[in-house]
Design a protein around this ligand. Structure first.
Ligand code: ADP
Ligand code: LRH
Length: 475
Protein backbone atom coordinates (compact mmCIF):
# COMPACT_ATOMS: atom_id res chain seq x y z
CA UNK A 1 0.00 0.00 0.00
CA UNK A 2 1.42 3.35 -1.00
CA UNK A 3 0.70 6.92 0.11
CA UNK A 4 -2.07 8.68 -1.81
CA UNK A 5 -3.93 12.00 -1.52
CA UNK A 6 -7.68 12.33 -1.04
CA UNK A 7 -10.03 15.31 -0.60
CA UNK A 8 -12.94 15.55 1.81
CA UNK A 9 -15.81 17.98 1.42
CA UNK A 10 -17.29 18.21 4.91
CA UNK A 11 -20.32 20.42 5.48
CA UNK A 12 -21.38 20.95 9.08
CA UNK A 13 -24.40 22.99 10.09
CA UNK A 14 -22.16 25.88 11.16
CA UNK A 15 -19.28 25.69 8.68
CA UNK A 16 -18.00 23.80 5.67
CA UNK A 17 -14.49 22.82 4.65
CA UNK A 18 -12.55 21.20 1.87
CA UNK A 19 -9.65 19.22 3.34
CA UNK A 20 -6.93 17.17 1.72
CA UNK A 21 -5.14 14.25 3.31
CA UNK A 22 -2.12 12.13 2.53
CA UNK A 23 -2.91 8.58 3.60
CA UNK A 24 -0.73 5.50 3.70
CA UNK A 25 0.83 3.01 6.13
CA UNK A 26 1.64 5.03 9.28
CA UNK A 27 0.74 8.30 7.50
CA UNK A 28 -2.31 10.49 7.92
CA UNK A 29 -1.63 14.19 7.26
CA UNK A 30 -4.73 16.35 7.07
CA UNK A 31 -4.55 19.86 5.58
CA UNK A 32 -7.28 22.48 5.45
CA UNK A 33 -7.69 23.74 1.89
CA UNK A 34 -10.68 26.00 2.36
CA UNK A 35 -13.12 26.80 5.18
CA UNK A 36 -16.34 28.78 4.82
CA UNK A 37 -19.33 29.66 6.98
CA UNK A 38 -22.62 27.84 6.44
CA UNK A 39 -25.25 30.50 7.05
CA UNK A 40 -28.94 29.75 6.66
CA UNK A 41 -30.99 32.34 4.79
CA UNK A 42 -34.60 33.21 5.59
CA UNK A 43 -36.55 33.97 2.40
CA UNK A 44 -40.21 34.98 2.53
CA UNK A 45 -40.59 33.38 5.94
CA UNK A 46 -38.87 30.06 5.16
CA UNK A 47 -35.40 29.12 6.43
CA UNK A 48 -33.21 27.76 3.61
CA UNK A 49 -29.67 26.49 3.12
CA UNK A 50 -27.63 28.53 0.64
CA UNK A 51 -26.89 25.45 -1.44
CA UNK A 52 -25.40 27.28 -4.43
CA UNK A 53 -23.12 29.27 -2.14
CA UNK A 54 -21.94 25.99 -0.59
CA UNK A 55 -21.42 24.43 -4.03
CA UNK A 56 -19.44 27.49 -5.17
CA UNK A 57 -17.19 27.13 -2.14
CA UNK A 58 -16.68 23.43 -2.91
CA UNK A 59 -15.58 24.28 -6.45
CA UNK A 60 -13.20 26.94 -5.08
CA UNK A 61 -11.84 24.36 -2.63
CA UNK A 62 -11.28 21.78 -5.35
CA UNK A 63 -9.54 24.40 -7.49
CA UNK A 64 -7.13 25.07 -4.60
CA UNK A 65 -6.61 21.38 -3.68
CA UNK A 66 -3.41 19.40 -4.46
CA UNK A 67 -3.16 18.24 -8.07
CA UNK A 68 -2.35 14.63 -7.21
CA UNK A 69 -5.78 13.87 -5.70
CA UNK A 70 -6.95 10.30 -6.21
CA UNK A 71 -10.59 10.95 -5.27
CA UNK A 72 -12.99 13.25 -3.43
CA UNK A 73 -15.81 12.38 -1.00
CA UNK A 74 -18.68 14.46 0.35
CA UNK A 75 -20.43 14.41 3.73
CA UNK A 76 -22.87 16.83 5.34
CA UNK A 77 -25.40 17.22 8.11
CA UNK A 78 -28.25 14.71 7.78
CA UNK A 79 -31.97 14.70 6.92
CA UNK A 80 -32.13 17.66 4.47
CA UNK A 81 -32.58 17.27 0.73
CA UNK A 82 -33.21 18.89 -2.63
CA UNK A 83 -35.96 17.86 -5.04
CA UNK A 84 -35.33 17.48 -8.76
CA UNK A 85 -37.97 17.95 -11.45
CA UNK A 86 -38.36 15.67 -14.47
CA UNK A 87 -35.50 17.42 -16.28
CA UNK A 88 -33.11 16.93 -13.35
CA UNK A 89 -33.24 20.60 -12.30
CA UNK A 90 -33.38 21.58 -8.62
CA UNK A 91 -36.86 22.65 -7.48
CA UNK A 92 -36.19 25.52 -5.08
CA UNK A 93 -33.59 25.83 -2.36
CA UNK A 94 -33.36 23.03 0.22
CA UNK A 95 -35.24 23.97 3.37
CA UNK A 96 -33.38 24.02 6.71
CA UNK A 97 -34.37 21.33 9.20
CA UNK A 98 -34.93 24.07 11.80
CA UNK A 99 -37.67 25.68 9.69
CA UNK A 100 -41.11 25.69 11.27
CA UNK A 101 -42.90 24.02 8.33
CA UNK A 102 -42.80 20.68 10.16
CA UNK A 103 -44.53 22.02 13.29
CA UNK A 104 -47.14 19.47 14.34
CA UNK A 105 -46.44 17.03 11.46
CA UNK A 106 -44.61 14.41 13.50
CA UNK A 107 -47.31 14.39 16.18
CA UNK A 108 -49.96 13.87 13.51
CA UNK A 109 -48.09 10.95 11.89
CA UNK A 110 -47.40 9.35 15.27
CA UNK A 111 -51.06 9.60 16.17
CA UNK A 112 -52.15 8.12 12.81
CA UNK A 113 -49.63 5.29 12.41
CA UNK A 114 -48.51 4.66 15.98
CA UNK A 115 -44.95 4.81 17.30
CA UNK A 116 -44.47 1.05 17.17
CA UNK A 117 -44.62 0.69 13.37
CA UNK A 118 -42.50 3.80 12.80
CA UNK A 119 -39.79 2.64 15.24
CA UNK A 120 -39.85 -1.04 14.26
CA UNK A 121 -39.48 -0.07 10.59
CA UNK A 122 -36.88 2.70 10.66
CA UNK A 123 -35.32 2.36 14.14
CA UNK A 124 -35.11 6.15 14.15
CA UNK A 125 -35.58 8.49 17.09
CA UNK A 126 -38.56 10.80 16.89
CA UNK A 127 -37.23 14.18 15.80
CA UNK A 128 -39.64 16.67 14.24
CA UNK A 129 -37.28 17.37 11.34
CA UNK A 130 -36.66 13.79 10.13
CA UNK A 131 -36.91 13.80 6.33
CA UNK A 132 -40.16 11.86 6.39
CA UNK A 133 -41.93 14.66 8.29
CA UNK A 134 -40.38 17.32 6.07
CA UNK A 135 -41.68 15.50 2.99
CA UNK A 136 -45.18 15.46 4.39
CA UNK A 137 -44.95 19.24 4.78
CA UNK A 138 -43.51 19.80 1.29
CA UNK A 139 -45.07 20.37 -2.12
CA UNK A 140 -44.13 17.28 -4.15
CA UNK A 141 -46.25 18.01 -7.26
CA UNK A 142 -43.33 18.62 -9.63
CA UNK A 143 -40.83 16.47 -7.72
CA UNK A 144 -39.42 13.37 -9.43
CA UNK A 145 -36.25 12.66 -7.40
CA UNK A 146 -35.18 13.35 -3.85
CA UNK A 147 -31.46 13.80 -3.23
CA UNK A 148 -30.04 14.23 0.26
CA UNK A 149 -27.60 17.14 0.43
CA UNK A 150 -24.33 15.20 -0.19
CA UNK A 151 -26.03 13.19 -2.95
CA UNK A 152 -27.26 16.42 -4.55
CA UNK A 153 -23.74 17.88 -4.55
CA UNK A 154 -22.31 14.61 -5.92
CA UNK A 155 -24.97 14.76 -8.66
CA UNK A 156 -23.88 18.26 -9.63
CA UNK A 157 -20.24 17.13 -9.69
CA UNK A 158 -20.74 13.85 -11.60
CA UNK A 159 -24.23 13.75 -13.13
CA UNK A 160 -24.92 10.51 -11.21
CA UNK A 161 -28.02 9.97 -9.09
CA UNK A 162 -28.18 7.81 -5.97
CA UNK A 163 -28.70 7.71 -2.21
CA UNK A 164 -25.84 6.83 0.14
CA UNK A 165 -27.01 4.45 2.86
CA UNK A 166 -25.70 6.03 6.09
CA UNK A 167 -27.49 9.28 5.33
CA UNK A 168 -30.53 7.47 3.92
CA UNK A 169 -30.88 5.93 7.38
CA UNK A 170 -31.70 9.38 8.81
CA UNK A 171 -34.75 9.88 6.60
CA UNK A 172 -37.12 7.65 8.57
CA UNK A 173 -37.85 5.79 5.34
CA UNK A 174 -35.08 3.18 5.34
CA UNK A 175 -35.87 -0.23 6.76
CA UNK A 176 -33.47 -0.59 9.68
CA UNK A 177 -33.12 -4.38 9.37
CA UNK A 178 -32.98 -4.74 5.59
CA UNK A 179 -31.15 -1.50 4.74
CA UNK A 180 -33.56 -0.81 1.86
CA UNK A 181 -36.25 1.83 1.36
CA UNK A 182 -39.39 0.74 3.16
CA UNK A 183 -42.13 0.40 0.56
CA UNK A 184 -44.61 -0.37 3.31
CA UNK A 185 -43.95 2.89 5.09
CA UNK A 186 -43.91 4.93 1.86
CA UNK A 187 -47.29 3.45 0.91
CA UNK A 188 -48.78 3.98 4.37
CA UNK A 189 -47.73 7.63 4.25
CA UNK A 190 -48.88 8.14 0.66
CA UNK A 191 -45.38 9.11 -0.48
CA UNK A 192 -44.37 8.24 -4.08
CA UNK A 193 -42.08 5.18 -4.16
CA UNK A 194 -40.07 6.37 -7.15
CA UNK A 195 -39.03 9.62 -5.46
CA UNK A 196 -36.20 7.79 -3.72
CA UNK A 197 -33.20 6.78 -5.86
CA UNK A 198 -31.20 3.54 -5.74
CA UNK A 199 -29.01 3.12 -2.69
CA UNK A 200 -25.22 3.06 -2.63
CA UNK A 201 -22.66 2.05 0.00
CA UNK A 202 -19.78 4.03 1.47
CA UNK A 203 -16.77 3.14 -0.68
CA UNK A 204 -18.72 2.84 -3.96
CA UNK A 205 -17.36 5.00 -6.77
CA UNK A 206 -20.19 7.39 -7.71
CA UNK A 207 -18.71 8.64 -10.99
CA UNK A 208 -16.05 10.97 -12.38
CA UNK A 209 -16.19 14.76 -12.40
CA UNK A 210 -18.31 16.07 -15.29
CA UNK A 211 -16.28 17.64 -18.11
CA UNK A 212 -17.43 21.18 -17.21
CA UNK A 213 -16.48 20.62 -13.55
CA UNK A 214 -13.12 19.18 -14.64
CA UNK A 215 -12.49 22.30 -16.73
CA UNK A 216 -13.48 24.60 -13.89
CA UNK A 217 -11.40 22.84 -11.23
CA UNK A 218 -8.53 21.53 -13.35
CA UNK A 219 -9.15 18.07 -11.88
CA UNK A 220 -10.27 14.82 -13.42
CA UNK A 221 -11.03 12.25 -10.75
CA UNK A 222 -13.71 10.04 -9.22
CA UNK A 223 -16.17 11.07 -6.53
CA UNK A 224 -16.30 8.21 -4.02
CA UNK A 225 -19.25 7.64 -1.68
CA UNK A 226 -18.24 7.93 1.99
CA UNK A 227 -20.28 7.85 5.17
CA UNK A 228 -22.07 10.87 3.74
CA UNK A 229 -23.91 11.47 7.00
CA UNK A 230 -21.29 13.56 8.83
CA UNK A 231 -21.92 11.65 12.07
CA UNK A 232 -21.21 8.32 10.31
CA UNK A 233 -17.86 9.67 9.11
CA UNK A 234 -17.09 11.15 12.55
CA UNK A 235 -17.78 7.89 14.38
CA UNK A 236 -15.68 5.95 11.84
CA UNK A 237 -12.81 8.20 12.90
CA UNK A 238 -13.14 7.71 16.66
CA UNK A 239 -9.66 6.58 17.78
CA UNK A 240 -11.01 3.68 19.83
CA UNK A 241 -9.49 0.25 20.35
CA UNK A 242 -11.98 -2.55 21.05
CA UNK A 243 -15.69 -1.98 21.52
CA UNK A 244 -16.11 -0.79 25.12
CA UNK A 245 -16.31 2.88 24.22
CA UNK A 246 -18.91 5.61 24.04
CA UNK A 247 -18.64 8.59 21.70
CA UNK A 248 -19.81 12.16 21.57
CA UNK A 249 -19.64 13.73 18.14
CA UNK A 250 -19.72 17.28 19.41
CA UNK A 251 -20.42 20.23 17.12
CA UNK A 252 -23.70 22.00 16.46
CA UNK A 253 -25.25 18.81 17.88
CA UNK A 254 -23.83 16.37 20.40
CA UNK A 255 -24.47 12.87 19.08
CA UNK A 256 -24.03 10.63 22.09
CA UNK A 257 -23.99 6.84 22.06
CA UNK A 258 -22.30 3.53 21.35
CA UNK A 259 -21.49 1.47 18.25
CA UNK A 260 -23.32 -1.85 17.88
CA UNK A 261 -23.52 -4.73 15.41
CA UNK A 262 -27.34 -4.82 15.49
CA UNK A 263 -30.15 -2.33 16.19
CA UNK A 264 -31.94 -2.09 19.54
CA UNK A 265 -35.68 -1.80 18.89
CA UNK A 266 -37.16 -2.47 22.32
CA UNK A 267 -40.03 -0.51 23.83
CA UNK A 268 -37.61 0.99 26.39
CA UNK A 269 -35.31 2.16 23.61
CA UNK A 270 -38.23 3.72 21.74
CA UNK A 271 -39.47 5.46 24.87
CA UNK A 272 -35.97 6.78 25.62
CA UNK A 273 -35.95 8.09 22.01
CA UNK A 274 -32.73 6.37 20.95
CA UNK A 275 -31.86 6.09 17.29
CA UNK A 276 -30.34 3.29 15.24
CA UNK A 277 -28.52 5.04 12.43
CA UNK A 278 -26.41 3.16 9.94
CA UNK A 279 -22.64 3.40 10.18
CA UNK A 280 -19.69 2.23 8.12
CA UNK A 281 -19.60 -1.53 7.38
CA UNK A 282 -23.22 -2.01 8.48
CA UNK A 283 -22.50 -0.94 12.09
CA UNK A 284 -25.29 0.69 14.06
CA UNK A 285 -24.87 4.10 15.63
CA UNK A 286 -27.04 3.74 18.67
CA UNK A 287 -27.35 7.27 19.98
CA UNK A 288 -29.47 10.19 21.01
CA UNK A 289 -29.25 13.75 19.69
CA UNK A 290 -28.33 16.20 22.45
CA UNK A 291 -28.95 19.87 21.57
CA UNK A 292 -25.17 20.46 21.53
CA UNK A 293 -23.12 23.60 20.98
CA UNK A 294 -26.03 25.10 19.08
CA UNK A 295 -27.00 26.56 22.45
CA UNK A 296 -23.65 28.35 22.65
CA UNK A 297 -23.57 29.29 18.96
CA UNK A 298 -26.94 30.99 19.26
CA UNK A 299 -25.84 32.88 22.40
CA UNK A 300 -22.75 34.11 20.56
CA UNK A 301 -24.89 35.21 17.61
CA UNK A 302 -27.21 37.11 19.95
CA UNK A 303 -24.16 38.85 21.47
CA UNK A 304 -22.62 39.80 18.08
CA UNK A 305 -19.85 37.19 18.18
CA UNK A 306 -17.56 38.06 21.12
CA UNK A 307 -14.26 36.18 21.52
CA UNK A 308 -15.04 32.55 22.42
CA UNK A 309 -11.74 31.91 24.22
CA UNK A 310 -12.31 34.88 26.59
CA UNK A 311 -15.87 33.76 27.31
CA UNK A 312 -14.84 30.18 28.05
CA UNK A 313 -12.06 31.39 30.38
CA UNK A 314 -14.59 33.53 32.28
CA UNK A 315 -17.11 30.65 32.38
CA UNK A 316 -14.46 28.39 33.94
CA UNK A 317 -14.37 30.76 36.97
CA UNK A 318 -18.16 30.69 37.53
CA UNK A 319 -19.27 28.41 40.42
CA UNK A 320 -20.41 25.06 38.96
CA UNK A 321 -23.94 23.66 38.63
CA UNK A 322 -25.75 26.72 39.98
CA UNK A 323 -28.12 27.11 37.03
CA UNK A 324 -28.78 23.94 35.07
CA UNK A 325 -31.32 23.47 32.33
CA UNK A 326 -32.69 20.58 30.30
CA UNK A 327 -30.52 21.18 27.20
CA UNK A 328 -32.95 19.15 25.09
CA UNK A 329 -36.01 21.30 25.71
CA UNK A 330 -37.60 21.58 22.22
CA UNK A 331 -37.97 25.31 22.89
CA UNK A 332 -34.24 25.62 22.07
CA UNK A 333 -34.53 24.02 18.62
CA UNK A 334 -35.39 26.99 16.37
CA UNK A 335 -33.05 29.94 15.80
CA UNK A 336 -33.61 33.08 17.86
CA UNK A 337 -32.63 34.93 21.02
CA UNK A 338 -31.06 32.03 22.96
CA UNK A 339 -30.08 33.95 26.15
CA UNK A 340 -33.72 35.06 26.50
CA UNK A 341 -34.99 31.50 25.98
CA UNK A 342 -32.57 30.16 28.59
CA UNK A 343 -33.72 32.83 31.07
CA UNK A 344 -37.36 31.97 30.38
CA UNK A 345 -36.67 28.23 30.79
CA UNK A 346 -35.09 28.94 34.21
CA UNK A 347 -37.85 31.33 35.26
CA UNK A 348 -40.59 28.79 34.50
CA UNK A 349 -38.80 26.14 36.60
CA UNK A 350 -37.69 28.29 39.52
CA UNK A 351 -34.01 27.79 38.58
CA UNK A 352 -31.65 30.69 39.36
CA UNK A 353 -31.46 32.76 36.17
CA UNK A 354 -27.88 33.15 34.88
CA UNK A 355 -27.26 36.89 34.50
CA UNK A 356 -23.82 37.56 33.04
CA UNK A 357 -22.52 36.16 29.76
CA UNK A 358 -20.03 34.01 31.66
CA UNK A 359 -22.86 32.63 33.83
CA UNK A 360 -24.96 31.84 30.78
CA UNK A 361 -22.06 30.04 29.08
CA UNK A 362 -21.37 28.08 32.27
CA UNK A 363 -25.05 27.15 32.50
CA UNK A 364 -24.95 25.88 28.89
CA UNK A 365 -21.77 23.82 29.40
CA UNK A 366 -22.80 22.34 32.76
CA UNK A 367 -26.16 21.43 31.23
CA UNK A 368 -24.58 19.87 28.15
CA UNK A 369 -22.28 17.79 30.35
CA UNK A 370 -25.35 16.59 32.27
CA UNK A 371 -27.12 15.69 29.03
CA UNK A 372 -23.99 13.85 27.80
CA UNK A 373 -23.97 11.86 31.03
CA UNK A 374 -27.65 10.93 30.81
CA UNK A 375 -27.47 9.87 27.15
CA UNK A 376 -24.31 7.79 27.65
CA UNK A 377 -25.68 6.01 30.67
CA UNK A 378 -28.89 5.21 28.87
CA UNK A 379 -27.09 4.06 25.71
CA UNK A 380 -25.00 1.63 27.77
CA UNK A 381 -27.98 0.43 29.78
CA UNK A 382 -30.38 -0.05 26.86
CA UNK A 383 -27.81 -1.76 24.64
CA UNK A 384 -25.98 -3.77 27.30
CA UNK A 385 -22.67 -2.44 25.92
CA UNK A 386 -20.21 -1.50 28.72
CA UNK A 387 -18.57 1.91 28.31
CA UNK A 388 -15.09 2.38 29.79
CA UNK A 389 -13.95 5.48 27.93
CA UNK A 390 -15.69 8.32 26.10
CA UNK A 391 -14.31 9.64 22.81
CA UNK A 392 -15.33 13.24 22.22
CA UNK A 393 -14.64 14.34 18.63
CA UNK A 394 -15.47 17.38 16.47
CA UNK A 395 -15.15 21.13 17.09
CA UNK A 396 -16.37 20.70 20.68
CA UNK A 397 -13.19 18.74 21.50
CA UNK A 398 -11.39 22.12 21.43
CA UNK A 399 -13.54 23.27 24.35
CA UNK A 400 -11.41 22.15 27.31
CA UNK A 401 -13.99 23.19 29.88
CA UNK A 402 -16.70 21.11 28.21
CA UNK A 403 -14.38 18.09 27.95
CA UNK A 404 -13.44 18.36 31.63
CA UNK A 405 -17.08 18.80 32.73
CA UNK A 406 -18.13 15.83 30.58
CA UNK A 407 -15.45 13.59 32.17
CA UNK A 408 -16.57 14.71 35.65
CA UNK A 409 -20.27 14.29 34.91
CA UNK A 410 -19.87 10.85 33.31
CA UNK A 411 -17.32 9.66 35.87
CA UNK A 412 -15.29 8.32 32.93
CA UNK A 413 -12.10 9.32 31.13
CA UNK A 414 -12.74 11.49 28.08
CA UNK A 415 -10.34 11.30 25.14
CA UNK A 416 -10.78 14.52 23.16
CA UNK A 417 -10.05 14.69 19.44
CA UNK A 418 -9.61 14.63 16.60
CA UNK A 419 -11.25 18.00 15.95
CA UNK A 420 -11.71 17.10 12.28
CA UNK A 421 -12.91 13.53 12.86
CA UNK A 422 -15.58 13.86 10.17
CA UNK A 423 -13.12 14.84 7.44
CA UNK A 424 -10.77 12.05 8.58
CA UNK A 425 -13.55 9.45 8.44
CA UNK A 426 -14.45 10.76 5.01
CA UNK A 427 -10.91 10.43 3.55
CA UNK A 428 -10.21 7.09 5.22
CA UNK A 429 -13.27 5.42 3.69
CA UNK A 430 -12.09 6.66 0.29
CA UNK A 431 -8.54 5.49 1.03
CA UNK A 432 -9.86 2.05 1.86
CA UNK A 433 -11.86 1.90 -1.32
CA UNK A 434 -8.77 2.89 -3.34
CA UNK A 435 -6.45 0.45 -1.57
CA UNK A 436 -4.48 2.74 0.78
CA UNK A 437 -5.71 1.30 4.10
CA UNK A 438 -7.42 -1.85 5.46
CA UNK A 439 -10.24 -2.34 7.97
CA UNK A 440 -12.25 0.03 10.17
CA UNK A 441 -10.03 -1.07 13.09
CA UNK A 442 -6.92 -0.14 11.02
CA UNK A 443 -8.40 3.30 10.34
CA UNK A 444 -9.02 3.90 14.02
CA UNK A 445 -5.59 2.71 15.01
CA UNK A 446 -3.99 4.99 12.39
CA UNK A 447 -5.92 7.96 13.81
CA UNK A 448 -4.91 7.06 17.38
CA UNK A 449 -1.23 6.94 16.32
CA UNK A 450 -1.14 10.08 14.18
CA UNK A 451 -3.64 12.64 15.49
CA UNK A 452 -3.45 15.00 18.46
CA UNK A 453 -5.59 13.69 21.33
CA UNK A 454 -6.04 14.90 24.90
CA UNK A 455 -7.15 12.79 27.86
CA UNK A 456 -9.31 14.14 30.74
CA UNK A 457 -9.62 12.02 33.88
CA UNK A 458 -12.84 12.38 35.95
CA UNK A 459 -12.48 14.33 39.22
CA UNK A 460 -14.22 11.56 41.18
CA UNK A 461 -16.86 13.87 42.65
CA UNK A 462 -19.95 12.39 41.02
CA UNK A 463 -22.39 13.26 43.80
CA UNK A 464 -22.79 16.90 42.77
CA UNK A 465 -23.55 15.75 39.21
CA UNK A 466 -26.15 13.18 40.33
CA UNK A 467 -27.90 15.87 42.38
CA UNK A 468 -27.85 18.35 39.49
CA UNK A 469 -29.11 15.68 37.07
CA UNK A 470 -32.04 14.96 39.38
CA UNK A 471 -32.88 18.68 39.44
CA UNK A 472 -33.50 18.66 35.66
CA UNK A 473 -35.15 15.24 35.64
CA UNK A 474 -32.17 13.35 34.16
CA UNK A 475 -30.43 10.18 35.33
P1 ADP B 1 -20.53 21.49 12.83
O1 ADP B 1 -19.83 20.40 12.06
O2 ADP B 1 -21.84 21.06 13.41
O3 ADP B 1 -20.64 22.76 12.04
P2 ADP B 1 -18.03 21.64 14.34
O4 ADP B 1 -17.63 20.23 14.59
O5 ADP B 1 -17.30 22.41 13.29
O6 ADP B 1 -19.61 21.77 14.10
O7 ADP B 1 -17.93 22.38 15.73
C1 ADP B 1 -18.27 23.75 15.84
C2 ADP B 1 -18.19 24.13 17.30
O8 ADP B 1 -16.88 23.90 17.82
C3 ADP B 1 -18.43 25.61 17.53
O9 ADP B 1 -19.82 25.85 17.69
C4 ADP B 1 -17.63 25.89 18.80
O10 ADP B 1 -18.48 25.83 19.94
C5 ADP B 1 -16.60 24.79 18.87
N1 ADP B 1 -15.25 25.33 18.69
C6 ADP B 1 -14.64 25.62 17.53
N2 ADP B 1 -13.42 26.16 17.76
C7 ADP B 1 -13.26 26.23 19.10
C8 ADP B 1 -12.23 26.70 19.98
N3 ADP B 1 -11.11 27.23 19.51
N4 ADP B 1 -12.45 26.61 21.31
C9 ADP B 1 -13.58 26.09 21.80
N5 ADP B 1 -14.60 25.64 21.02
C10 ADP B 1 -14.44 25.71 19.69
C1 LRH C 1 -24.97 16.54 12.78
C2 LRH C 1 -26.22 15.94 12.20
C3 LRH C 1 -26.91 14.98 13.15
C4 LRH C 1 -28.33 15.08 12.69
C5 LRH C 1 -28.45 16.58 12.47
C6 LRH C 1 -29.56 17.03 11.58
O1 LRH C 1 -24.37 17.46 11.91
O2 LRH C 1 -25.95 15.29 10.98
O3 LRH C 1 -26.39 13.66 13.12
O4 LRH C 1 -29.28 14.55 13.57
O5 LRH C 1 -27.17 16.96 11.95
Amino acid sequence: MSIATFAAVDLGASSGRVMSARVGPGTLDLTEVRRFPNRPVRVAGTLHWDILGLYGNILDGLRAAPRDLVSVGIDSWAVDYGLLDETGALLGNPVHYRDSRTDGVMDRVRAELGDEILYQTSGLQFLPFNTVYQLLAADLDQARTLLLVPDLLAYWLTGEIGAERTNASTTGLLDVREGNWSRTLLDRLGLPRDLLPDLREPGDVIGTLRPDVATETGLSLPVTAVGSHDTASAVAAVPAAGDRFGYISCGTWSLVGVELPLPVLTAQSREANFTNERGIDGTVRYLRNVMGLWLLQECLRAWDSPDLGDLLAAAADVPPLRSVIDADDPAFLPPGDMPARIAEHCRLRGTPIPETRAEIVRCVLDSLALAHRAALRQAAELSGRPVEVVHLVGGGSRNELLCRLTADACGLPVVAGPVEATALGNVLVQARSHGSIGSLADMRSLIARTQELRRYEPSGDERAWSEAAARVGLS
